[in-house]
Unconditional design. Structure first.
Lengths: 478, 155
């Protein structure tokens, strides 16, 4: 055991230390009482292994990790980045609760007070804002990385489902937090987003009443959102996250990529401490710095006090729901806010179970030919989405209206059927042209849908002006 | 019959646990169920004297969250001010003579009927009573409709 060896490597080389052992220093004694007699500065791999296993936070990690798995471009550290952003959100959120009052009469004023009267109030609120927005982006990127490297098969199947659940939790958290400033932006974004719920057949109105804690957005809505945002969702998140990490560990860490050309084929392992820990710490610092810079440079938006009598033009949902709002312009409401999200969510959850476990995985885009097919799918999706959105907006007055059964068929069933047909055709085309395996074909289809969704969201966020008419981002009024 | 007694005791315990779980679930569900509409809000909103509203006029009542419309024939309609699309507040555009939703460009005519999508149905209405020369609006119940017809007008 390393702790038996009182003076490690360097001192052992000196022969004159043969006399009586020196009593341990005070620092040494405090350190030993805190970390189970580990070395202060580990000098050997045995020391490092000892410290890793005997430190609460570090023991969650393995002693050794596969050398290829910690290559930065394999994961881009996106999971760890999510954790860093969540920690920043927890800390800044904790500070914000000390100044915020969740009552419509004073909520807006208390936020103004945090911005104006509290030292670093603007910075803390800005950090919370930017961490939250970055977190949604980084988590989606993390999911994309796991998907595109095939890291959701075998022992990782269920952890993919847990990850989808975590993403939903974070969306709930971001959305409930969106209302809290009680300004025009937040009030109307939440009005619109909860307005989408009314389209769910049969249960729509009750769902909306549950989401708003009443028929309209008022004091009760605010207190429910506040409690969800500050207690209920964070509590569930902590447990779900712990489970997620534990399953990563049980699966043997992240999926290991195949060796590059010229790399040894053997599964070389390196010490977690320092190789991975140092990288992770560096990433955490970089992300924190990015958040601080964004917060200092741009702060967090705060509009006028919420006025239920005056909708801003245009009124938009939070950006992560703008894809749905954009769909609402084109598709029948039941198709846009019920069928599409439900099918997408179901497909996302079932993804690990409808793909093959036996195909090789670990490399980005699975194989070079699959990468070509995915790129092709992305290009087709991006260009076709734009090509469909623009004339649809121009012709909207001539297309059949949304009302009645004809509206549902003409603007709901028919377009969805066309999309399904396009997907089937695309799958056949890329499989034959590029000679893809089943999993690689699924990858091309998912890339297609994801790209289309991203483009639709970007159109909604940046290219919709007053009256939700198409407009250039620099024309203002967004 | 020792095993029999054990078995029935076990059944009893499992039953008790099931009942307790059910009760706890019932309490939580009842607690979380949205409450009834605010009873303190006045159900009958007095808008003013009948003669105070010109034919072809639209008057906003922010406190009641509705518009009082007097059609050219003198009939009254009380229109809920929320767009039936996603719940934005719809302002009356006197120049265009229509309601234009700022959020998604839905348009409604003076009777609340849809002129332009994406709104799926006309603006909701409230029942109106004309009593003692006063226009009174019953805000306790909102009425949805699929199209405008003359029976919705009070005169």
């Amino acid at each position: 055991m390393p702790h038996v060896k009182k003076t490690p490597t360097r001192a052992a080389a000196k022969p004159e230390v043969a006399s009586a052992p020196r009593p341990p220093s005070l620092v040494r004694r405090i350190w030993d009482s805190a970390v189970l007699r580990g070395p202060i500065v580990p000098q050997s791999d045995r020391d490092r292994a000892f410290v890793t296993v005997h430190t609460l936070l570090l023991h969650l990690r393995p002693v050794k990790v596969p050398a290829r798995a910690i290559r930065f471009t394999h994961t881009f550290g996106l999971g760890g980045a999510s954790l860093v952003l969540l920690s920043l959100l927890g800390l800044t959120g904790l500070l914000l609760t000390l100044g915020y009052q969740p009552v419509p009469g004073t909520a807006y004023e208390s936020v103004v007070g945090i911005e104006r009267d509290v030292m670093f109030g603007t910075l803390v609120r800005g950090m919370h804002h930017w961490s939250a927005n970055l977190l949604v982006l980084v988590m989606v990127a993390h999911a994309a990385r796991v998907f595109l490297t095939g890291g959701y098969h075998g022992p990782r199947q269920f952890n993919w489902v847990v990850g989808v659940f975590l993403l939903l939790l974070v969306l709930v958290s971001a959305f409930t937090g969106y209302l809290l400033p009680w300004d025009q932006l937040s009030y109307w974004a939440v009005t619109i987003s909860t307005g989408m719920l009314a389209y769910v057949p049969l249960a729509g109105e009750s769902l909306q009443r549950v989401a708003r804690a009443g028929t309209d957005i008022g004091p009760r809505t605010l207190v429910v959102f506040y409690t969800l945002h500050t207690s209920i969702v964070p509590a569930i998140l902590v447990f779900a996250l712990a489970f997620h990490f534990w399953r990563v560990r049980k699966a043997g860490g992240v999926i290991v990529p195949p060796p590059r050309d010229g790399e040894p084929v053997d599964d070389e392992k390196v010490m977690f401490l320092p190789h991975l820990l140092v990288r992770e710490a560096m990433l955490a610092l970089v992300i924190t710095a990015v958040v601080v810079v964004l917060a200092a440079a741009f702060g967090a938006p705060l509009g006028d006090r919420a006025n239920p009598g005056m909708s801003p033009n245009p009124a938009k949902a939070p950006w992560y729901f703008m894809g749905l709002q954009e769909l609402l312009v084109h598709l029948h409401p039941i198709a846009a806010v019920v069928i599409v999200p439900a099918v997408a969510l179901l497909a996302l959850v079932l993804l690990p179970y409808i793909t093959s476990d036996d195909e090789p995985a670990g490399a980005w885009f699975l194989s070079p030919r699959a990468r070509q097919a995915a790129l092709l799918a992305a290009i087709i999706a991006a260009s076709w989405t734009v090509v469909f959105i623009v004339p649809d907006a121009a012709l909207s007055s001539r297309l059949p209206s949304f009302s009645g059964t004809t509206g549902f068929v003409a603007r709901g069933i028919v377009p969805l059927g066309i999309i399904a047909g396009v997907l089937v055709a695309l799958a056949r085309f890329v499989r034959r042209r590029h000679g893809l395996t089943p999993n690689e074909t699924v990858q091309a289809v998912v890339v297609f849908l994801f790209t289309a969704f991203v483009v639709v969201t970007m159109v909604g966020v940046w290219f919709r002006g007053p009256g939700m008419a198409l407009a250039w981002p620099w024309q203002g009024g967004h | 019959m020792e095993p029999d007694r054990r078995r029935s005791l076990r059944t009893l315990w499992i039953g008790l646990v099931a009942i307790a779980t059910g009760q706890a679930g019932w309490i939580a569900a009842s607690f979380l169920r949205p409450r009834r509409a605010d009873a303190s809000a006045p159900a009958l909103f007095v808008a003013g004297p009948v003669d105070g509203f010109d034919a072809g006029s639209v008057t906003a009542f922010p406190d009641g969250r509705f518009y009082l419309v007097r059609l050219e024939d003198g009939g009254f309609l009380a229109l809920h001010r929320e767009c039936t699309h996603l719940g934005c507040t719809v302002p009356w555009d006197a120049a265009q003579h229509r309601f234009v939703c700022p959020c998604h460009a839905s348009q409604f005519d003076i009777t609340g009927a849809v002129l332009a999508a994406p709104a799926p149905r006309p603006l909701d209405t409230y029942a109106i009573r004309l009593e003692n020369g006063l226009v009174k609006i019953d805000l306790s119940r909102r009425q949805t409709r699929q199209a405008f017809d003359a029976s919705q007008v009070t005169s």
